[in-house]
Write a protein that binds this ligand. Structure first.
Ligand SMILES: Nc1ncnc2c1ncn2[C@@H]1O[C@H](COP(=O)(O)OP(=O)(O)OP(=O)(O)O)[C@@H](O)[C@H]1O
Ligand SMILES: [Mg+2]
Length: 161
């Protein structure tokens, strides 16, 4: 699994992280709506350029939004997911937060390939980890202002000649 994903060729083309995030949200929109989840956007009005592989990043971001959505299963209203993009100390930052119960203790330490879901595989965050590594980025887990988990990805900004 590890070598399979590590050997994936990663493009390094200019891409807008906002477009990637919006594509992931569009892809998951039916499930977000069916789950009664409100999506909050912050900083998605202007482009955020990095160098990378748009397809791989879209898979990674979709995995994170899907995790957020799944964390809201059975939780009380309001069910919210927040997607924020902006410049931070570590580069171009993408934050995905939710109003769920947070990542259970022990899961972070057990990564990768750990799951607490009956139908889960633990591949989601493994793909996220590998994709961030392939882009020279930083991955962090924390608490969202919404009360649940917040996953932060930071990438080197696109160097313009
Ligand atoms: N937003 C979140 N809120 C709460 N727990 C989370 C969140 N994201 C991840 N987790 C925890 O981390 C575990 C690993 O996540 P990961 O995406 O790797 O696998 P999975 O979601 O269980 O399965 P898969 O993604 O393969 O369907 C989850 O089972 C869950 O316990
Ligand atoms: Mg998952």
């Amino acid at each position: 699994m590890r070598s399979l994903l590590r050997n994936v060729h990663t493009e390094a083309r200019p891409l807008d992280l906002v477009t990637v995030a919006e594509s992931a949200l569009l892809y998951l929109r039916p499930r977000l709506e069916a789950g009664g989840v409100e999506v909050l956007r912050e900083g998605l009005e202007q482009p955020a350029w990095i160098a990378g592989d748009a397809d791989q990043l879209q898979v990674a971001v979709s995995n994170l939004v899907r995790n957020a959505l799944e964390a809201l299963r059975g939780s009380a209203d309001p069910r919210r997911v927040a997607v924020a993009i902006g410049r931070g100390p570590q580069g171009v930052e993408l934050r995905i937060g939710d109003s769920g119960a947070g990542i259970p203790e022990g899961v972070i330490a057990g990564l990768p390939l750990i799951t607490t879901k009956p139908d889960g595989s633990g591949i989601g965050l493994f793909v996220v980890r590998t994709t961030v590594d392939n882009h020279g980025g930083v991955l962090q887990f924390g608490t969202s202002p919404l009360g649940g988990a917040e996953v932060r990805l930071a990438f080197p900004p696109l160097q313009t000649p």
